[in-house]
Design a protein around this ligand. Structure first.
Ligand code: NAP
Ligand code: GDD
Length: 348
């Protein structure tokens, strides 16, 4: 039985990856941050406890800003595979807390790789790199595109990306970067744009919210389904040689199109009026304004267009996304509709 360690276990990707590895019969350990409140809602259904000893997912308290715990855990578990998914992952927030973001997302990668180097264990390492690295670079972006980062988040990920490449070349560590374009799901955090829109428009439909306040509606993203992408990152660590891969869908849509697609599934007739910060979205049946622009959500520097070329992953890993843009939106709207109706608060 293989053993894996996941940092960022409690996040969207960590929870799906843990499920995937358990299905593949791994023993899985996950780093969980010490918190004064419960932060395991995405993994409670698969976390081992004294009542469910048959489940092979175990929590290890730790933090990417603390190298001592990282080394100890790696030395004790001796994982066959390490997936470094932990991060301060919000781009807008990285402008508010740039130093913390650099420490966790940048130096955190160095801490994990250096623990592998120090302990000399034989393991395979995955780094959660990001399409944010491409920033202003023209689309479509692939492994040969120059990085032009546009945020403290992207710059911290750039450090992590190159540290991964350097430890592969300098110390012969099996280390891979997955350069993942945006991927979403019903487990997406509530402040990322897709989930904010699905949740918000469901609440508008059900009379719980009057209006949704948004940022840049013109930004374009290549949105895929998180579960599909976890298959791809697992596959990277099963190859004979370590390498870096883009995972994407190859399609791009504006934030405005995302909102229109959500409206379609909720039978809301959404029409737009005005432009710039005066733009509003109106529910044509009720005449009510349900979307407004709030400059608070603008970023000091924005990434305008992301569209990935995943042909290398297709050729070498045999990986392709399975869920289309429309299907992704449907899955998210349906999950939020059921959740809001029940009055629960799943992974927001
Ligand atoms: P997410 O839902 O925000 O999850 C982030 C995880 O990192 C959470 O488990 C969080 O713990 C943990 N974390 C935060 N600070 C930490 C620290 N100091 N030490 C240890 N763990 C810490 O993010 P995601 O969408 O699953 O993304 C997973 C990874 O892929 C991230 O590195 C992200 O930057 C990268 N990425 C994501 C996308 C995407 O579209 N989703 C695309 C490209 C790359 P708490 O639960 O305690 O907050
Ligand atoms: N969050 C947010 N909230 N974004 C908004 C809003 C809003 O109200 N209105 C418009 N946007 C725009 C943002 O300006 C951005 O252009 C786009 O919607 C997507 O924003 P996010 O969903 O926050 O994602 P992101 O693209 O900045 O970053 C995500 O994807 C990266 C991969 O490209 C995160 O998951 C990163 O961790 C990941 O690396």
């Amino acid at each position: 039985m293989k053993t894996a360690l996941i940092t960022g276990l409690t996040g969207q990707d960590g929870s799906y990856l843990a499920e995937l590895l358990l299905e593949k019969d791994y023993k899985v350990y996950g780093m969980v941050r010490r918190s004064s409140s419960f932060n395991t809602s995405r993994i409670d259904h698969i976390l081992s406890d004294s009542h469910t000893p048959e489940i092979r997912l175990f929590r290890e308290y730790g933090d990417l800003s603390d190298s001592s715990n990282i080394s100890r855990v790696i030395e004790r578990i001796k994982p066959d595979e390490i997936y470094n998914l932990g991060a301060q992952s919000h781009v807008r927030v990285s402008f508010d807390i740039p130093e913390y973001t650099a420490d966790v997302n940048g130096i955190g990668v160095l801490r994990v790789l250096d623990a592998i180097r120090d302990t000399r264990i034989q393991t395979r390492f995955y780094q959660a790199s990001s399409s944010e690295l491409f920033g202003d670079a023209p689309a479509p972006q692939n492994e040969n595109t120059n990085f032009q980062p546009r945020s403290p988040y992207a710059i911290s990920k750039l450090f992590g990306y190159w540290t991964t490449v350097n430890y592969r070349e300098a110390y012969n560590i099996f280390a891979c970067n997955g350069i993942l374009f945006n991927h979403e799901s019903p487990r997406r955090g509530g402040t990322f744009v897709t989930r904010k829109i699905t949740r918000g428009m469901v609440r508008i439909k059900l009379g719980q919210l009057d209006c949704l306040y948004m940022g840049n509606m013109n930004a374009q993203r290549d949105w895929g389904y998180a579960k599909d992408f976890m298959e791809g990152i697992w596959s990277m660590l099963q190859q004979n040689t370590p390498d870096d891969f883009v995972l994407a869908t190859g399609e791009t849509h504006t934030v405005r199109e995302f909102a229109e697609t959500v409206a379609g599934f909720l039978d809301i007739d959404l029409v737009w009026k005005g432009s710039g910060i005066e733009e509003i979205g109106i529910d044509n049946k009720t005449g009510k304004t349900i979307i407004r622009i709030d400059p608070f959500f603008f970023r000091p520097t924005e990434v305008n267009l992301l569209q990935g070329d995943y042909s290398k992953a297709k050729r070498i890993l045999g990986w392709e996304p399975k869920i289309s843009f429309k299907e992704l939106v449907r899955i998210m709207v349906e999950a939020d509709y059921n959740d809001v109706k029940k009055g629960t608060n799943a992974n927001v």
